[in-house]
Write a protein that binds this ligand. Structure first.
Ligand code: KG4
Ligand code: ZN
Length: 343
């Protein structure tokens, strides 16, 4: 009979992530990360210029057991030492999520340990705890990934308020689109960043910020269109432009509003710590600008290592620990969710 769990002070938790093109598994004991394995299908996906859901699901199916067994081995434990299995149940590609979720359910059932269903976005927030084990709410987080862009006020380990968010595309999505416009291969974000490093941010583009809307809102669709128009119009006029300058100018317009507003929110709320998460938080320009502005405002910045900003299972295990301590266990009939509202 499944159930009747003993809650431990320092649980060993396995995290599993399969929401997009990374099959990942990780183990933590208490807040200490013991192992983190990531198997990416990005190279396979690059042939098609983006993530093909069918391919993602197939790669997860091939990779999930190997990733889990490696994570357990590298943690220096056996499956029997696990106290809970935390898994991403959403948001993401449905077929991809189902692979990790089904695997996690079977494992939790067979070991008779709790299943913890993790919201991927909360996982991105929890990556900050991997970076600083002493981090405690309240703090302000800049969350910028391929699906979300928001500034959040984390009030307790389990509660956050959305202070502002994008009203259209996410920042990561815009990076991926601009990469395509500039003829850069998938994954777009890191390639735009690399190109931008040799460019000058001298092209006038709109800032990714909606002004005078009454609430704090970001917008990336206008910026993306402006980049597209600039490239097309220049080509039509037979004017040469340097793609590196476009990348650098885009990066500034896309990221400056996020930096300024994040720091502004922390100052306004009187919160002394800022964290960041999501794939775009791996961007070097963003990281440098955030640390400069946080230093100026005398704010402590907790910036997870880049490998814990992009999709990984360590962050899922970290959020799993929070949910474990709150006693939030999932039933074995829980389904995957392609979308979960930010709040
Ligand atoms: O968090 P993530 O790995 O997956 C989602 O949950 O969406 O974020 C992926 C997004 C992609 O859009 C990718 O282009 C972007 O993060 N990204 C970056 C960088 N690395 C990844 N964007 C800008 N600069 C980077 N270095
Ligand atoms: Zn993600």
């Amino acid at each position: 009979m499944y159930g009747n769990f003993t809650i431990k002070e320092t649980p060993v938790i396995l995290g599993i992530e399969s929401s997009c093109d990374e099959t990942a598994a990780a183990v933590i004991r208490g807040g200490k990360l013991l192992s983190s394995v990531i198997i990416s299908s990005a190279e396979e996906q690059a042939k098609y210029g983006g993530v093909v859901p069918e391919i993602a699901s197939r790669v997860h199916t091939d990779a999930v057991d190997g990733a889990v067994l490696r994570a357990v081995k590298e943690a220096g434990i056996t499956l029997k030492d696990l106290d809970a299995v935390a898994v991403t149940y959403g948001a993401g590609l449905l077929g991809a999520l189902l692979v990790g979720l089904s695997f996690a359910k079977s494992l939790a059932y067979s070991l008779n340990i709790p299943l913890i269903a993790v919201n991927h976005i909360r996982g991105h927030l929890a990556a900050a705890y991997l970076c600083d084990g002493n981090l405690k709410p309240p703090y302000v987080t800049l969350l910028a990934s391929g699906g979300h862009t928001a500034i959040l006020h984390t009030k307790s380990y389990t509660e956050f308020e959305v202070l502002g968010s994008t009203c259209d595309d996410a920042a990561g999505e815009a990076f991926d689109k601009v990469a395509r416009i500039l003829g850069l291969p998938y994954p777009g974000g890191p390639n735009v960043q690399r190109l931008a490093e040799s460019g000058k941010a001298e092209i006038t583009l709109p800032q990714a910020l909606v002004r005078n809307s009454g609430k704090m809102q970001f917008s990336y669709s206008g910026l993306k269109t402006a980049v597209m128009n600039f490239c097309h119009n220049s080509a039509q006029r037979g004017e040469k432009f340097n793609p590196a300058d476009v990348a650098a100018s885009f990066q500034v317009s896309a990221l400056e509003p996020l930096v300024k507003k994040t720091v502004g929110c922390a100052v306004r709320l009187g919160v002394n710590t800022v964290t960041a998460g999501g794939g775009v938080a791996a961007n070097e320009y963003l990281r440098t600008r955030l640390s400069d502005e946080c230093a100026k405002a005398d704010l402590k910045l907790i910036l997870p290592e880049k490998k814990y900003c992009t999709d990984n299972a360590a962050m899922i295990a970290a959020e799993g620990l929070i949910q474990y301590r709150a006693g939030n266990f999932a039933a074995l009939d829980i389904n995957a969710a392609a979308q979960i509202a930010l709040q």
